[in-house]
Design a protein around this ligand. Sequence first.
Ligand code: BGC
Length: 750
Amino acid sequence: MLRAKTALFTPILLLVAALAARAAAADAGALRPWLDPSLAPDTRAELALKAMTRPEKLSLVFGYFASESPDSKPGARYAPPPGARIGSAGYIPGIPRLGLPPQWLTDAGLGVATQHSSPDAYRERTALPSGLATAATWNAQLARSGGAMIGAEARASGFDVLLGPGMDLMREVRGGRSFEYAGEDPWLAGTIAGAEIRGIQSQHVIAVVKHYALNDQETGRTVLSADISEAAARESDLLAFELAIEQGHPGAVMCAYNKVNGSYACENHWLLRQVLDRDWGFPGYVMSDWGAVHSTVRSALAGLDQESAYTFDQKPYFGAALRAALAAGSVPPARLDEMAYRILRSMFAAGVADHPVGRSGVGIDFAADRRVAEADEGQAIVLLKNARAILPLARSVRQLLIIGGHADRGVLSGGGSSTVFPVGGNAVPGLQPTGWPGPIVYLPSAPLGAIMGVAPQANIRYLDGGDIAAAAREAAHADRVIIFATQWAAESRDVALTLDRSQNQLIAAVAAANPRTIVVLETNGPVLMPWLGKVAAVLEAWYPGSGGGPAIAKVLFGAVDPSGRLPVTFPASLAQLPHPVLPGTGIPDGQPFSIDYREGAAVGYKWFQERGLKPLFPFGYGLSYTRFRYSELKARVLDGQLAVSFIVTNVGGQPGAAVPQVYVGPSSGSWEAPRRLGGWSKITLAAGASAPVSVRVDPRLLAMFDQAHDRWQRAAGTYLVWVGESSAKLELESKVRLPAWAHAARWRVQ
Ligand code: BGC
């Protein structure tokens, strides 16, 4: 009886509720027109701004750290305001009167992270492979899917602002956060980061591209000044941001800790006002990195729109001090309006006010998300060496010895604010450092288990590698040996290029005992490989992410063709680097210093080619299990742009993915380097199949920046166009005459 009654009433109740909700929405639409999603973000921001009081505007530009932490007063503790999501990066209260939700901020570009807090507050989420790994896929579609996956997890976890992607150009290969970034080339980094931004924002979450700009190393990051000519910066680090911003339209840009040409990035008028705002027309807001604000008036006037987390700054610069500066007239009210407007505009553009966030991760399909991470890693792994075609391994392999890297338990991830705590917990807890920038986290996606799954017939043994002699003894009896070597890197410190914990000795001893040794690297970025000549194969797996184990196993056994290509040059020695000694070495902590980036725009492969240096492995390099041939290169001008076309043929015996790269350079050799990456394609081909490829080259990649006239300029003349399998293995060459081209710095792709 009761059931029957409920059945009758439920539809009526639902109808009444729906009518009430509609009436409320209509009311809100009339009273709060900025909540109408059919209006343009700019219109909505204008309307909302008009309705705001000054305290409300001020509340939008001042953020709180959202985790409990020690206070500046000894013994005291800082507690975030109610409403913050404990264990996250930041919180800006909403304005309920206006229907504006809070901004709940979480790190970062590899997944939903957890900040310092008690272990029971960890959010266990899916980790993408490192940003550098995603760049190594040379596949913007994968970057977009990864962005959408972490954006959706952020939203389901109660966040509407995701503090990624990070994409400082990899100018310093020892940079401790290289794993978060997208490599050394502006076009590759900008395209990959732009796609990740689009993915994140497709989930109604604001993406924050960071750290703007030239935060290219961790040593001294809060005190160093990155000194570089404006033109060289525009052609390198800034170009990467410019491309990511115009391709991805992030809601926010995070200004960096460091100074650029003597002025802190978060109060750098040139970076924020001239380049970002005036030239690139960026309509979103600039938020500070945590502790990167040093002033009130200077920062506000230079273009900083939001102070992110004042407990990290010396003072609450955009709190009472900004209120006072407004009262005194040193910051005009119009500037506060602009700051609030930019934040509102991004909130409306991303749809955060229209799509309320979830809470506690309810509804996340972790199995599906792990598959997104696995697909990314599957195309990120770079086959660096494959002597005598030892890979792929046959499923019929009998005695397989696996050594090291905690491969029996999981795969490594990088440390610092981007650390994602994995579903199922840290696979190898307790490794030092357990405190910041640790803990060291291994994701429970063990290569060993995945390999056992792929080769169930094999007799597989695992050794941790701690006893080098024992490992070498056992290796002698194995058909194949796979050594996992790891290098942990983390925010706030840089790394050496040498594998630590006797791993080089281990690899050398095992390879001496068994030449059929395969090395799998899980590293931040490049490492030196003194044992390279002794081992049969090397795979660079980066930080492999939550689906890392199966992705590695599938590449080892050939279920997936290795199609990753290096997004960074692997040097043969430190002496080859523009700065053989890491800048800041030996300078006491906290003492300011300058880095003279005299190599200018000659970053990575450009530096190596300009200097005629032979790296260990060049940018763009990576082997496949099949082989490709390239033919019929044509280069011509179409609609004012350089259009390049050619044919790729799979001439090997199995399917595989080619990554043909187009490089361009002036025959006069007048650039910072002989050639630049002008574009690429990634194309999967069956054995024997061919496909046409066409690539348009962005005119900025064919131009120099003319600082005196603040414009891009290309000289008329003959330009060379190459198609290569890497920056150092050029297969085809053609020439094209290009007319002169000049355009104001504010030129944008239409
Ligand atoms: C990092 C940022 C991060 C922020 C919030 C800073 O230490 O540099 O990348 O988003 O902390 O956790």
